[in-house]
Design a binder for this molecule. Structure first.
Ligand code: PMP
Length: 445
């Protein structure tokens, strides 16, 4: 049986958002799905193609979220679908730790080629970003024989016990879930809009804390998002990441780049670390790696990964063959369509419009981002005081008009744009016009 998914070309609203069919599903959900798992926009999706989502009421929405930076190649990208289909026919699971298969090895080969640096590398595959980050810490601890892990203000690294400890924000990610893993130390990062520091100054402040409060010879790993994701799409000032990376090299600490959200062409490079020529010792990846199937990886220096004895890393599903097939299809698409340059084009189209909107309205204190990882930080006019309430209203207004945008930020005051990198100029333009309209509408209320 050949199944062909519907592939609409335009935003089309047939009912209010969410419509009656989605609302009925939402009622069923409330009676059976745990309240602790929430949804930004409860329209129930029946199909998705390129940059469009179609819901149970027949509405078609523009997707500026990509399932949180996952479908970088677009929904139902042909190379992903074809490879998944074939792999699902051949076999869906053996467990790589029992009887291995080529797809896993091919994904690790690709990761070795694509991640920054030309040194000898190894990779290990997992299921989620949190699992990848957690394993990067395990690897760093075994390889260094040290325990301390340094993380930053506004960081987000996941929801498992160790990654909750690495994550900064309490509500909703940590509140009530303690006790948290020990030997995790938080220091200030670089948030140019709020700290006004150069990259060198911010790094000096962070490094002073590390040296005074932990001691350079105690640090196993410095774990950092090259651009912070959930914390507010915070792009560090130039020089910050290189200074930390240099410090790690000088002190025998492992520099771990959490590229879970920034990876796979999202920021206009294969990886955001490359923007300042930073070569991490370990890179954690997930999300965009496999076009929507659950896959994650740690890639890095051979001597670090090979320090862990056999059996120390792995898991039943890590590097599942169908997920590996999806990753190979996704990487093939990114290479073939040069999606890194598409991401840069998206940034060039979006940033001037967000800046103009900021100048016009006065409610956006900072416009930032790189490639197709873009953000507007909402504040009360003339101040840096976060305006989370307006941010939520703007997002809601976009949703009502059929554009899926997400918010983020420690203060909940950032609208973030993460469109699929393959999104057409026409849909990008239309989605932006909706966002502009939503901001104007909400400030005139
Ligand atoms: N690290 C970063 C930077 C992330 O953005 C996320 C997810 N938002 C994670 C880790 C956790 O990934 P996952 O949800 O796949 O566990």
């Amino acid at each position: 049986m050949t199944v062909t998914a519907p592939a609409p070309k335009h935003r089309r609203l047939r009912t209010e958002i969410p419509g009656p069919a989605s609302r009925a599903l939402q009622e069923r959900r409330a009676a059976t799905v745990a309240a602790g798992v929430s949804s930004v926009l409860p329209v129930y999706v029946t199909s998705a193609s390129g940059g469009l989502l179609t819901d149970a009421d027949g509405n078609t929405l523009i997707d500026f979220g990509s399932g949180i930076a996952v479908t970088n190649v677009g929904h139902s990208a042909p190379a992903v679908v074809d490879r998944v289909r074939k792999q699902a026919c051949w076999f869906t699971h053996t467990c790589f730790m029992v009887t291995p298969y080529e797809g896993y090895v091919e994904v690790c080969e690709a990761l070795g080629e694509l991640t920054p640096g030309t040194h000898e590398k190894r990779s290990v595959l997992f299921n989620s970003g949190a699992e990848a980050v957690e394993n990067a810490v395990k690897i760093a601890r075994v390889a260094t024989g040290r325990q301390a892990v340094v993380v930053f203000d506004h960081a987000y690294h996941g929801r498992t016990n160790l990654t909750m400890a690495l994550t900064a924000k309490s509500v909703p990610y940590k509140h009530g879930f303690g006790p948290f893993a020990p030997e995790v130390y938080r220091v200030p990062g670089s948030y140019p809009f709020r700290d006004g520091l150069t990259g060198e100054q911010a790094a000096a402040a962070a490094l002073e804390k590390i040296e005074k409060q932990i001691g350079g010879d105690q640090v196993a790993a410095v774990v950092i998002e090259p651009i912070q994701g959930e914390g507010g799409f915070v792009e560090p000032a130039p020089g910050f990441l290189p200074a930390l990376s240099r410090w790690c090299a000088e002190h025998g600490a492992v520099f771990v780049a959490d590229e879970v959200q920034t990876g796979f062409c999202r920021t206009g490079d294969w990886f955001a670390s490359s923007h300042e020529d930073v070569v991490p010792d370990l890179v954690a990846t997930a999300k965009g790696i496999a076009g929507g199937l659950p896959l994650a990886a740690v890639t890095g220096r051979a001597e670090l990964l090979d320090a862990v004895p056999a059996g120390g890393l792995g898991g039943t599903y890590g590097g599942n063959p169908v997920a590996c097939a999806a990753a190979l299809g996704s990487i093939e698409t990114m290479r073939g369509e040069n999606l890194a340059s598409s991401a840069r084009r998206i940034g060039e189209a979006v940033l001037p419009r967000l800046r103009a909107l900021a100048a016009e309205t006065g409610v956006i204190g900072d416009v930032r981002g790189r490639g197709a990882m873009l953000a507007a930080e909402f504040v009360r006019p003339g101040t840096t005081e976060p305006d989370a309430e307006l941010t939520a209203r703007v997002a809601k207004a976009c949703h009502a008009l059929g554009v899926v945008v997400l918010t983020c930020g420690t203060y909940g005051n950032v609208v973030r744009l993460l469109p699929p990198l393959s999104l057409s100029g026409e849909l990008l333009d239309e989605g932006l016009s909706v966002l502009e309209h939503a901001v104007r509408q909400e400030i005139s209320r």
